[in-house]
Design a protein around this ligand. Structure first.
Ligand code: AMP
Ligand code: MG
Length: 490
């Protein structure tokens, strides 16, 4: 049964916490008329919402900040965080507002958060707005990462206005409604640790455990178990990002989800020409958040969280929880990477083959996604190197050598070709959200044409499927893509 806008059972459990955790705020609508740019039917279904609500004027009014729906209780969350390694004592939702939670017919709770809806007490110097460009990027990324099977926030809708928003250039404002079981971040705990408000740490931990880790609620060492869980989920998330080639770009501890979700899409990027030191964020001059640094930064952020939990956990226990990180990361990472080349066992020979392949890819700047996808078609008893693969390398003889070793191992240690191929095609996506694809959708949208957003989302929903009409979306980046600059400006 789908619910209509009149009967939406909104609650806001976070707003039931003491007021130290948030500020009650009212969204600030655009001065211009708002219009619906995209409605995410898949997300609506997840919330148990009838997709027909998108045609109801009250929907547009609610999700453009004009008129909340009955039961919504808008608040901005307080948090702090380590940004580029330095503690910043107060951040908080400076341009995002939690509207409330919905429980879908399956009993799953979803928090709805409107982003770009004006200033809050945490806006600092910011205008509380989000530009159309970055809103499209966040909207697309949530669906793309979800399509790849990686935990993430998603978005229900994208709404545009005509208000001018000042960044490096004048742009127009937009709002997205993000959805996640919770938007609590590592930084939500840190703020109370540095303020020495230890009771609040306990209250917040109890809240998160009750709502999101109920299986831990009755354990005598529940805070430690909670930390263990977050360590494991974060390690898993990092393994998934690394395997698929996703770079987040701003892994500050305030952008780290307490549920292990990919959170806060800004200057992210997917690996194209393979370069482990890939920096997607043009504002990240030191490369702190380079692609190959992410696992280590995951641990750094977890240690910020662990420190903030010290009033609840013994130091030695916290250290032990963190010490599980590398095995929690490496086991799934190696399993996924071995599977990318067709082996079920992530044993030493498989990892060696992988490493020598990656070294050749780095030298040749081979497209990460296209290479692994093409590798699925290798026949273990074949003799020649297929041109589609060989052409991806500069030193083709070296690749011929690698392929011979690979085939030898396939013959003895992998499933027969057809079975292995099926696994590889379900592991190595054909379609990823390349910057140039997002950019094309953005440029069209800036001219008032939103069709490309929908088209791209459709392709990215099933990234492992061959989509004969979408071949162009799997193409490597054109030359102009080199000039796309993605920064923190959003
Ligand atoms: P981000 O880099 O987007 O994760 O944001 C870091 C912090 O800056 C968060 O507290 C945001 O709410 C805040 N912030 C970013 N952009 C704006 C803006 N335009 N207006 C107000 N606050 C912002
Ligand atoms: Mg953020």
């Amino acid at each position: 049964m789908k619910v209509s806008l009149d009967t939406l059972p909104f609650r806001n459990t976070f707003a039931a916490l003491p007021t130290a955790f948030y500020s009650r705020v009212t969204p600030t609508p655009f001065e211009s008329e708002a219009h619906l740019i995209h409605f995410n039917t898949a997300a609506a279904e997840l919330l148990g919402l009838d997709p027909a609500v998108q045609h109801d004027p009250r929907f547009l009014a609610a999700f453009s900040g004009q008129q909340p729906l009955p039961g919504m209780d808008p608040i901005a969350m307080l948090y702090a965080g380590h940004q580029f390694g330095h503690y910043v004592p107060q951040l908080g939702d400076g341009r995002a507002i939690i509207l409330g939670e919905l429980t879908n017919p399956r009993g799953e709770k979803w928090e709805l958060q409107l982003k770009g809806c004006g200033q809050t007490p945490y806006s600092r110097q910011g205008d509380g707005r989000a530009v159309l460009r970055s809103s499209i990027r966040e909207y697309l990324a949530g669906e793309a990462i979800h399509g790849l099977g990686i935990p993430t926030t998603r978005a229900l809708c994208l709404i545009g206005g005509r208000d001018e928003v000042y960044r490096e250039q004048i742009e127009t404002g937009a709002m997205i409604t993000r959805i996640a079981p919770s938007h609590v971040r590592f930084g939500s705990f840190e703020v109370f640790y540095y303020r020495e408000q230890y009771d609040h740490i306990r209250t917040l931990a109890d809240y998160v455990i009750d709502q999101h880790y109920p299986e831990l609620a009755d354990l005598p060492d529940r805070y430690l178990q909670f930390l263990n869980e977050v360590v494991e989920r974060t390690a898993n998330l990092m393994a998934q990002w690394q395997a698929v080639g996703f770079a987040h770009g701003v892994m500050n501890s305030d952008n780290m989800s307490i549920l292990g979700l990919t959170l806060d899409y800004g200057p992210y990027g997917f690996l194209e020409a393979y370069n482990p030191g890939f920096i997607c964020n043009h504002s990240d001059h030191s490369g702190r958040y380079a692609f190959d640094q992410q696992p280590q930064i995951g641990l750094f952020n977890l240690s910020c969280l662990a420190q903030a939990l010290l009033p609840l956990i013994e130091v030695e226990d916290a250290k032990a929880a963190l010490s599980a990180y590398w095995s929690d990361f490496t086991a799934p990472y190696h399993r996924m990477m071995a599977r990318k080349i067709g082996f079920e066992q992530a044993d030493e020979p498989a990892i060696k083959l992988l490493e020598s392949l990656l070294a050749q890819m780095q030298q040749s700047r081979t497209d990460y996604t296209r290479l692994f996808r093409a590798l699925g078609d290798v026949q273990r008893d074949g003799e020649n190197t297929p041109a589609a693969l060989r052409d991806l390398f500069v030193d083709r003889e070296a690749f011929d050598g690698w392929l011979a070793d690979y085939r030898a191992r396939l013959r003895t240690h992998a499933k027969p070709d057809a079975e292995r191929r099926a696994v590889m095609m379900a592991t190595n996506p054909k379609y990823i959200l390349r910057n140039y694809l997002a950019q094309a959708a953005i440029e069209k949208a800036e001219r008032g044409d939103y069709a490309e957003i929908d088209r791209l989302l459709t392709v990215l929903r099933t990234p492992f499927d061959e989509q004969p009409n979408a071949e162009a979306y799997a193409a490597p980046p054109p030359d102009w893509a080199d000039n796309i600059q993605v920064s923190c400006s959003s």
